[in-house]
Design a protein around this ligand. Structure first.
Ligand SMILES: *[C@@H]1O[C@H](CO)[C@@H](O)[C@H](O)[C@H]1NC(C)=O
Ligand SMILES: *[C@@H]1O[C@H](CO)[C@@H](O)[C@H](O)[C@H]1NC(C)=O
Ligand SMILES: *[C@@H]1O[C@H](CO)[C@@H](O)[C@H](O)[C@H]1NC(C)=O
Length: 442
């Protein structure tokens, strides 16, 4: 049984809820809003803590270090363990010249929907480092992404005109590469620390945030405190959490401890409270534009159709979870923006984005949304098992789901398009194209 749980790495996005009433605060890029509410004022530093640089942590247990940096000529050694210089705008040592017109930096946090390889460096079952994962990547080999090719962060990197960020644990993340940003995500994690306990050594949220701090210390060392702070403030941030708190916690097995102790609605409320703390922490660490992904249509993932549905329809218990979660997440994001007097956080209605494709796959040119491309058992949904011996569809572009829980590259691109250009129903308060237009003026 244990191996079954291995597979549930997930990231689901559920999109069930039909239209939530659009709220009236339509974004106004011209700033006609009267009053004191600052809408979309980019990179406000108010409230940003000055002190993300108190003594750098020593080695975390992560396997960084096991490499001599292959990029010797950039001169920025992987040097997180040296006290950063304070205040000097002309740091000695590592020389990294910020280019004049640098693409916007990008930071990624969360679970397997957005992990691009951190878990390859960890001892865990939650890894996508075996074929046929990555079969449609440029060299047709696994990268650590839970996809046949690219994933959602890659698509967003393309939009902002950047190369994909490296996984934070990748030893090549040094020198100029630091300026691109970093991906801290780790398959199997959730909002809660006990989610995904079966995956052993994954980067749970407190550690992802700790690494973000450590990253900033390294960056300060390379380009100076002030520039480092600006770079972080000006970055785009993406976070994906929540799916595993259901799939790999509340609904992990019938009668799980959580489901015995807590009603679904109380559990959702608790998750939102904890998600909020994580977002507040990101703000404290300097994040100023954060796209917040909620749940996918959890019950519609092939893995859940197989395990939790008698009929093969979307599993009702997991759909109920997604339906409760989405509006509360949106509300929480709005509350946070009110607290900070700026539209720092943007709620991406991943439930709806995914559900569009799942409910009418043909409209998007897919052949099926119920059966995964890679896997076995009903719907190819046996959790966790996309391996060399699995069924594998010949044309990944015809499938919404790559494995029991994760979308194909093509589905990721469609989600990316909604993040970029979606209406208010999909992206609240505004979509990424508006964010980019506004921020480019500053
Ligand atoms: C998770 O762990 C962190 C640090 O270990 C702690 O600060 C936080 O309160 C924990 N979260 C929950 C929900 O217990
Ligand atoms: C977004 O919309 C613009 C203008 O309609 C279009 O040029 C662009 O290709 C779209 N981008 C995506 C990713 O859909
Ligand atoms: C999102 O993007 C599109 C195209 O870029 C734009 O026309 C639309 O108004 C935007 N939607 C919202 C709600 O900002």
């Amino acid at each position: 049984m244990a191996s079954l749980w291995f597979m549930l790495v997930l990231c689901l996005t559920t999109w069930v809820s039909v239209s939530t009433t659009p709220d009236k605060t339509i974004f106004d890029p011209l700033g006609d809003h009267g009053g004191d509410k600052i809408i979309f004022k980019p990179y406000e530093n108010h409230g940003a803590p000055k002190s993300s640089h108190d003594s750098p942590k020593g080695h975390h247990d992560a396997p960084k270090g096991s490499h001599d940096s292959p990029k010797g000529n950039h001169g920025a050694p992987n040097a997180p363990h040296v006290a950063p210089k304070r205040g000097g705008s002309t740091p000695k040592g590592p020389r990294v010249s910020p280019k004049q017109k640098q693409a916007r930096p990008f930071f990624v946090f969360g679970d397997s929907l957005v992990d691009n390889g951190n878990n390859n460096f960890l001892i865990t079952g939650a890894r996508a480092d075996m074929p046929p994962y990555g079969i449609d990547s440029p060299d047709h080999s696994p990268t650590g992404r839970f996809s046949n090719g690219l994933n959602i962060p890659d698509v967003i990197s393309e939009y902002i005109g950047s190369e994909p960020t490296l996984p934070y644990l990748n030893p090549q993340l040094t020198g100029q590469k630091l300026l691109i940003g970093a991906n801290f995500a780790s398959a199997g994690v959730g909002i809660l620390n006990d989610t995904g306990f079966q995956f052993l050594n994954v980067l749970r949220m407190p550690l992802q945030l700790e690494y973000f701090k450590e990253y900033q210390q390294r960056l300060s060392l390379a380009i100076g405190d002030e520039k480092a702070k600006q770079l972080v403030n000006r970055a785009l941030v993406l976070i994906s959490l929540g799916g595993n708190d259901f799939i790999n916690n509340y609904y992990l097995f019938p009668g799980s401890a959580r489901s015995q102790l807590t009603s679904l609605s109380d559990y959702v409320t608790y998750l939102i409270v904890e998600y909020r703390k994580i977002l507040e922490k990101l703000y404290e660490l300097g994040a100023r534009r954060v796209i917040v992904m909620g749940l996918g249509p959890l019950g519609c993932a092939p893995g859940e159709r197989m395990q939790h549905s008698k009929t093969g329809d979307c599993a009702t218990d997991l759909q109920a979870a997604s339906a409760l979660f989405e509006p509360q997440l949106t509300q929480m994001v709005q509350d946070l923006n009110a607290k900070y007097h700026a539209d720092v956080f943007v709620a991406a209605n991943t439930k709806l984005m995914n559900y569009d494709m799942i409910s009418d796959p043909k409209a998007f040119g897919f052949k099926t949304s119920t059966t995964a491309c890679c896997g076995q058992g009903p719907f190819n949904g046996l959790p966790g098992l996309c391996t060399v011996t699995s069924n594998l569809c010949p044309n990944r572009d015809e499938y919404v789901f790559w494995d029991a829980f994760h979308p194909t590259e093509r589905a990721c691109r469609i989600i990316g398009q909604q993040i970029m250009n979606g209406t208010h129903e999909y992206m609240k308060p505004v979509n990424l194209s508006v964010i980019m237009a506004v921020d480019s003026k500053m």
